[in-house]
Design a protein around this ligand. Structure first.
Ligand code: ATP
Ligand code: MG
Length: 736
């Protein structure tokens, strides 16, 4: 058997056709589990092995950093090549990489830092304060949504008209842009827009990448937004060349039925545009599913058939029929969580590993009940995309000090730690400093260094503390880990948490930052004793910068990378592209899944009921062998008890595929709940987190999405929790 035979062994004829297709642009349009990702990965191996493509000529775009890592691991197993020069990553990660290399041309400082969504929100709040706007009148979350939506459509503040946003909001956006520029920080959406603008404006840089990346491969293409599509066009030299109509060959794989980010601006229309713009005659279709049992697949097919405007495809499998899908009714959300825990535990005993199980839900808030129940059962679990490691307050404090060492004009970080741990520096002092800084066009740090601006001694003490740490790092050429250690001790963070009642965990998390840093160095093959802040290569960032970037861009869960055997708990959005032998979809109720905002909202597929159905299709198709769907008679949400009807999506699955288990009166409680009822009333179950997750305060409903990143940008209309609740109440009335 030749080498290429081993690469291609096991592919079905259509997959083989896709992998070995001529070097032109190609679109693969195929349903879940049909091997799209596998084909894309094998295509890369094939190009390297058989087509003399060099690794540096390949750019692959994946949906998550995890997927990028998995792809590299699989390729490493397939090929004896050094894959260092191949670019694999998310849109954000790749744009960051380009911007770091060409920071000057992109009009950014080399040390630019990335704002995550909560940093972005605090920056907007700060701008509102500086403009003397009342946050009661101008909702900061609304402004964030306008900014992100605009950037995703390639629009700067100056491009917006009265139709897009009111004058006040546009002004906030403009001041926000200036502030980011002055402080050398970029938000997630900015990474993409800035990179797009750079490539569009700078012919030399554009030509460089067009020469370099002869092959561009994109997974989950259905979820690209308009700006990402245009970015791909620039990189591929679309409209100018031999490969179809583009200079370089784009290999795109996607599934219109799995488009679940329309609410954030993703545009399924990109698939049709792709066929036209890249002169692709016919998409390649893969219809054999290798993932799920016949029953699961039939259910998915039947469900998605209720959507209109599909590009159309059916999946089949030659595999086993499998068992029916259990639909289980429980008394309430706690009983639901406990029943699931009980089931998982029972199944696990039949010699399964924990990681074979996934619990999927529509909104982040639902994980609480599961976490509590699983902890009670002693089931190891891991929550993805909940509060991520790098988003924990204590970890963000550490990062803020590190950022300040790296980039003193980062006002966001300055403000985060200037009085943390408390140093008696009050808001008045900060306000005076801010006014003085603005008057001179300085950053806050710049104002501190300016001798003509008077400062109270406490502020000067803070400045000396930071300066001392910076000097020490630079002079002694401290490694990244030692720099972090210096920050933990030198900033007073460790001492502060030592005096706190529950400070132990927080200290452990801060220390875990060092482990994360080590992991980062190892991945990047940077020697551990490499100084954290010295520039050792004119193209790459310093280890400190690289690490800070990774901390912001990556999910960075504490257990990431460790091969912990644990049940995987996540939102459906986060489960995209993954597969598990045992899947539980919890909260299959009207109002939850489909989500009330979709029931009442836009019915034309953009974030409406069709998108919810696609989301359910994604959820169902994650399962390989066993699927269980649960719903509860009553549920505590928005600070109140609700009785929701069973999800209409379950009704759309043919009855013969289901094993429906209704609640036997009085059975649920005693069987699955610990007799000590108090145990389940502990604070982790409290109401505050619940209502937050449904957007307490004036939010556009963004926080209920578990996808990470920001909220519903395509419908950034003002609404508040009261309205949301009212809307929900209304839907409840009409539906039940
Ligand atoms: P999704 O739409 O959910 O992202 P996908 O189309 O990307 O799914 P893959 O994840 O690539 O599908 O493949 C699904 C499963 O089927 C994987 O476990 C993969 O290894 C397996 N698979 C794909 N093609 C074959 C094949 N020809 N023979 C055996 N197994 C296959
Ligand atoms: Mg895939």
């Amino acid at each position: 058997m030749s080498v290429s035979d081993t690469l291609l062994a096991g592919l079905n004829p259509r997959q083989l056709e896709a992998v070995t297709a001529p070097e032109k642009s190609i679109l693969i349009l195929a349903g879940a589990g049909s091997g799209k990702t596998r084909v894309l990965t094998t295509r890369i191996a094939y190009l390297l092995r058989e087509k003399m493509t060099s690794t540096s000529e390949i750019l692959a775009v994946t949906f998550t950093n995890k997927a990028a890592k998995e792809m590299l691991t699989r390729l490493e197993a397939m090929l004896p090549y050094d894959l260092r020069y191949m670019w694999v990553g998310t849109f954000h990660g790749l744009c960051n990489r380009i911007l770091r290399r060409h920071a000057e041309e992109a009009n950014l400082p080399k040390t630019f830092q990335i704002l995550d969504s909560s940093d972005q929100l605090s920056l907007v709040k700060r701008v509102l304060r500086e403009l003397n706007l009342d946050p009661e009148k101008v909702d900061p979350k609304y402004v964030v949504n306008v900014i992100n939506w605009s950037k995703e459509h390639g629009l700067r503040s100056g491009h917006l008209t009265d139709d897009d946003a009111d004058r006040e909001t546009r002004n906030v956006y403009a001041v926000y842009e200036q502030t980011c520029q002055r402080e050398g920080v970029v938000d997630f959406a900015e990474l993409l827009l800035r990179c797009y603008e750079l490539l569009e404006r700078n012919e030399v840089i554009r030509a460089h990448y067009q020469e370099r990346f002869r092959h561009i491969l994109v997974d989950e293409f259905q979820d690209t937004n308009i700006l990402q599509y245009r970015w791909l066009q620039l990189l591929s030299g679309c409209g100018r060349g031999p490969h179809g109509l583009s200079k370089n060959a784009v290999f795109a794989v996607g599934d219109d039925d799995q488009s679940i980010y329309a609410f954030r601006g993703a545009n399924v229309g990109n698939m049709a545009d792709f066929l036209r713009d890249y002169a692709v005659a016919e998409p390649i279709r893969l219809e054999q599913n290798y993932r799920s049992t016949g029953v699961i697949l039939d259910a998915a097919n039947a469900l998605i058939a209720h959507n209109s405007g599909r590009l159309g495809k059916e999946l089949w499998t030659s595999g086993v029929r499998g068992r029916r899908i259990v639909v289980k009714e429980l008394e309430d959300d706690r009983a639901e969580a406990e029943w699931v825990g009980y089931q998982v535990k029972a199944e696990r005993e039949r010699s399964r590993t924990w990681r074979d199980f996934a619990i999927l839900y529509r909104t982040n808030a639902q994980s609480r009940a599961i976490e509590t129940a699983f902890a009670g059962f002693g089931i190891p679990f891991r929550v993805y995309g909940g509060q991520r490691f790098f988003e924990r307050a204590e970890v963000k404090h550490v990062l803020a000090y590190l950022r300040l060492l790296d980039n003193p004009s980062d006002d966001t970080s300055f403000l985060r730690v200037v009085n943390f741990p408390a140093r008696g520096i009050g808001p008045k002092t900060i306000e005076t400093l801010t006014i003085a800084a603005r008057a001179k066009g300085f950053s806050l740090w710049g104002a501190i260094c300016d001798e003509t601006i008077p400062k109270p001694p406490k502020l000067m003490a803070f400045a000396s503390l930071v300066q001392a740490m910076r000097d020490k790092t630079a002079q002694a050429g401290l490694s990244l880990v030692d720099t972090i250690k210096l920050v933990l001790n030198g900033s007073g963070l460790r001492a502060h948490y030592e005096t706190e009642k529950d400070g132990e965990d927080r200290i452990a998390n801060m220390e875990e930052t060092m482990a994360a840093a080590l992991g980062y160095l190892k991945n990047e093959e940077i020697p551990e004793d490499q100084p954290a802040m010295s520039v050792y290569n004119d193209e790459s960032p310093t280890p400190l910068q690289g690490f800070l970037t990774q901390a912001t861009l990556e999910a960075g869960d504490k257990n990431e990378g460790n091969d912990v055997d644990a049940v995987q708990i996540m939102t459906v959005h986060a489960a995209k592209g993954l597969e598990f032998p045992y899947v539980y979809i919890i909260g299959a109720e009207e109002g939850i899944f489909p989500h009330f905002s979709a029931i009442n909202g836009d019915k034309n597929g953009r974030g409406g009921l069709d998108e919810e159905r696609r989301l359910m299709y994604v959820a169902i198709t994650r399962a390989k062998e066993s699927l269980v769907i649960t719903h509860a008679q009553s549920r505590f949400m928005h600070g109140d008890h609700y009785s929701n009807k069973l999800s209409s999506f379950v009704d759309e699955i043919p009855e013969e595929l289901l094993d429906v288990r209704e609640l036997e009166e009085g059975s649920g409680r005693s069987r699955f709940r610990d007799r000590d009822e108090d145990r389940w009333e502990r604070p982790t179950f409290g109401g505050s987190r619940r209502s937050n997750a449904y957007g307490s305060g004036r939010s556009g409903g963004s926080s209920s999405y578990g996808s990470g990143g920001y909220g519903r940008s395509s419908s950034y209309g003002r609404s508040d929790a009261g309205e949301a609740r009212a809307a929900y109440g209304a839907s409840r009335k009409t539906l039940s």
